[in-house]
Write a new protein. Structure first.
Length: 746
């Protein structure tokens, strides 16, 4: 029998596993039902597998031969859940959908090491907020203090040249959306989310907030991260509801091993032990990766911290507050190694907004940043050296737990002469820090879009904004422009009159009055009755609005709404939340407009932001392309027409290529929510031209006029349509030009 009981930090769990080992050994001696080469994740599942219930399992085999045998058996039973990810196959791991009787067949195959349910892990950022207080702040756009007290609390040195340069950090999380100050080296989406716009890569804001605390550079906005020069890798495993199956977590860890990561940040967890997860963690440790994980947000009532933090070869992080105390929400139980600020902490989130967050997730990011600085100075440092150094240099929290709060300055000072003890539990923190931090004016759950060094205007609450962000991230999946789960809906992606279409969505979201947007009949009648000035335009004009109506109804009462109902925290409970869901659709359209309908300026090089991509001539049929874009005659969405085969979309939706497109989206989206909360009407200026955008949008002036507005936006507009056909031949008009009667064709 596989011995997997030796690496659990929790003494009570160790005793339970020892007791379970005796039971399993007895069962194996008396029964042929449970073979002696299979480990179960928890004793409740032993002997209690349903005969008719389909359950997704993770099976681990000890070599490629047994893996092939399992896959042949699984194929014959037609129980292979999906195409097996490469990282899992290479490590003899399979994901199978089994009934109870099927599982017994798999268990009996020689070489099966473990078989367990593909349990779900969740992000550790689920602390309740007082929405009433935040909503009252948002109604009057009240300002609350912006302070990175957390960086002072961890004693981040301001006189060191250490920046994390060259250290490879993987953030296994919900993705990282475009943020000016956070440069991502590589994006890896293991969730197959279907989203194409990098501004909506993170549908919850969780991964973005973690990445910002680790690596924000403070060159463009407000936030200063701990290690701004790290090589940051976005390994997306959590979906937009902050949930990941065990198999995705394991796949992500093996990706990190294969790609030579130095650190893995894991701000998620589960209370369930998993042998397959432990095997992946052990493999990562053997590869020299330092893993850092959140202890969990279950409070004192929790007997144990979450996995993977509970494994001995993972640094477990709890949260402290401005008073240098262990927070009430940090999970109880043995095994926490270090504390870091995790209550009332500012970070970036969805739509590049600043938000106030709580959770051991947030605390974990601080420790990851600190370890990156240590590894820059001591690249060969091992896990136990780093763990004990941080513990010894920490300042004891004042609540009596004997846990220490991260102190980076002292860790760096002590590192050169530090010696590792045989047992980490003999390490005693330093005396408590004298300085505390007043966070009483900072309100958890607040979200603001303003770039203010001293205070932030509260535009909305994080929960409602996350609803909008989730919808934005799922628009491509449900209503893609070329392929979609529900229907093709080109007008949601900047095609045709993007101004009129945005006005229609915004009006639908803001003008419902007393209509119950959760009632199928009422919302259908309401959406079908929304009118805008160009509603009678022919062909595309009319059909665009018909498609938008279907999508908005679906968001409120249809498929997308039902998808959200399955995710705790995203259930649409009232009209305000449903309006935010529709505003999420508006945000996606605005983002795609700037991303796709912007004209490549003459003399383009790709932008000047850090890491910004420039044109690589070898990617193109260059001569024709250069001539066209120098005449300001190519939209970003049409770059693909000039690329060589197999080079699709390496520029259009890249955040490192003209990032000002996404900066403009940030400003426009923030103003959408601000104007909604103030009851203001649609504004061409606020949503488009007063966003810091200084490039041209295709046919902007004509679209504005056709949509019924009188704004003079000629400085931001081409004088006629500039659209390339798929064969690369330029056309002077777009097929929808006939729909807009105010447009004079040239």
């Amino acid at each position: 029998m596989l011995n997997y009981f030796s690496k659990n930090k929790k003494r009570n769990k160790k005793a339970g596993h020892w007791f379970m080992a005796i039971i399993l050994s007895t069962l194996m001696a008396c029964s042929v039902i449970i073979p002696n080469n299979v480990v179960f994740a928890s004793h409740e599942k032993v002997g209690n597998l349903s005969e008719d219930q389909n359950i997704t399992y993770v099976a681990v085999m000890n070599d490629s031969s047994s893996y092939q045998q399992v896959m042949r058996t699984a194929d014959a039973m037609d129980v292979v859940s999906e195409e097996q990810p490469q990282q899992l196959k290479e490590n003899n791991i399979a994901v199978l959908v089994l009934e109870g009787s099927d599982s017994k067949k798999i268990e009996r195959i020689d070489g099966v090491v473990s078989l367990e349910e593909d349990i779900l892990l969740t992000a550790n950022e689920e602390v309740e907020i007082n929405e009433r207080v935040v909503n009252n702040l948002a109604k009057r756009e009240a300002t609350i203090p912006f302070s990175q007290w957390n960086m002072e609390a961890i004693h981040l040195p301001d006189n060191t040249e250490l920046t994390g340069n060259g250290v490879k950090v993987a953030v296994l999380d919900s993705g990282i959306s475009f943020t000016e100050d956070v440069f991502v080296k590589e994006f890896v989406d293991l969730t197959n989310s279907g989203n194409e716009n990098p501004l909506f890569n993170d549908g919850s804001g969780h991964g973005t907030s973690i990445a910002s605390l680790i690596a924000a550079s403070d060159t463009c906005g407000d936030l200063c991260g701990i290690a701004p020069e790290v090589e940051l890798y976005d390994v997306k495993i959590l979906d937009s509801g902050n949930i990941a199956p065990l198999s995705k977590v394991i796949e992500g860890i093996y990706w990190c091993i294969d790609n030579g990561m130095d650190i893995i940040n894991m701000s998620f967890g589960t209370s369930d032990y998993s042998p397959a997860l432990e095997q992946a963690i052990d493999a990562a440790e053997e590869a020299g990766i330092i893993m850092i994980a959140a202890a969990g947000n279950h409070g004192d009532e929790a007997r144990n911290i979450d996995y993977p933090a509970a494994f001995d070869n993972v640094i477990a992080v709890g949260a402290s507050n401005g008073e240098n105390e262990l927070t009430a929400f940090t999970s109880g139980g043995d095994g926490i190694d270090i504390l870091a600020p995790g209550e009332k902490v500012w970070s970036y989130g969805v739509f590049q907004g600043l938000q106030v967050l709580d959770g051991t997730s947030i605390a974990t990011a601080h420790v990851t940043g600190a370890v990156a600085l240590l590894l820059e100075e001591y690249p060969n440092a091992k896990l136990e050296f780093v763990r004990q150094l941080m513990m010894a240099s920490s300042n004891q929290e004042v609540g009596g737990s004997n846990l220490g709060i991260l102190n980076i300055t002292d860790a760096l000072a002590m590192a050169e002469d530090f010696e590792v003890e045989k047992r980490a539990d003999v390490i005693v923190p330093q005396e408590p820090a004298e300085e505390t931090y007043d966070t009483s004016g900072i309100v958890s759950g607040s979200w603001g879009g303003g770039d203010h060094k001293q205070s932030v205007s509260v535009i909305d609450n994080v929960k409602r904004i996350n609803i909008a962000a989730y919808v934005s991230s799922r628009v491509d999946y449900w209503y893609g422009s070329t392929s979609a789960k529900m229907m093709k809906c080109k007008p949601l992606h900047g095609v045709h009159n993007y101004v009129a279409n945005l006005n229609f969505i915004y009006k639908a979201a803001t003008s419902s009055g007393s209509v119950n947007l959760g009632d199928v009949s009422q919302v259908t009648n309401y959406i079908n009755g929304v009118m805008v000035p160009c509603i009678t335009d022919k062909t595309y004009g009319a059909s665009d609005f018909d498609l938008l109506r279907v999508a908005l109804i679906d968001v409120c009462v249809g498929n997308l709404k039902k998808e959200m109902d399955k995710i705790e925290g995203l259930v649409l409970k009232d009209n305000t939340q449903r309006k935010h869901a529709m505003l999420g659709v508006a945000a996606h359209l605005l983002g795609d407009t700037f991303a796709h309908r912007t004209m490549i300026p003459s003399g383009a090089t790709g932008g000047s932001a850090k890491g910004s991509k420039t044109f690589n001539k070898s990617d193109f049929e260059w001569a024709d392309f250069e001539k066209r874009f120098k005449a300001t005659a190519v939209e970003f969405r049409d770059i693909n027409h000039y690329l060589k085969p197999k080079k699709s979309n390496i520029y259009t939706d890249r955040i490192d290529f003209f990032p000002n497109r996404y900066v403009a989206t940030k400003a426009g989206v923030n103003k959408i929510f601000a104007r909604y909360n103030n009851g203001y009407a649609f504004s061409v200026a606020k949503f488009y031209t007063e966003t810091g955008f200084a490039k041209k949008l295709n046919n902007f002036q004509a679209y504005v006029k056709s949509a019924g507005f009188s704004d003079n936006v000629s400085a931001f507009s081409t004088s006629n349509y500039r659209v390339d056909k798929p064969n690369g031949i330029v056309s002077s008009n777009e097929t929808d030009y006939v729909d807009y009667p105010h447009y004079i064709y040239q």
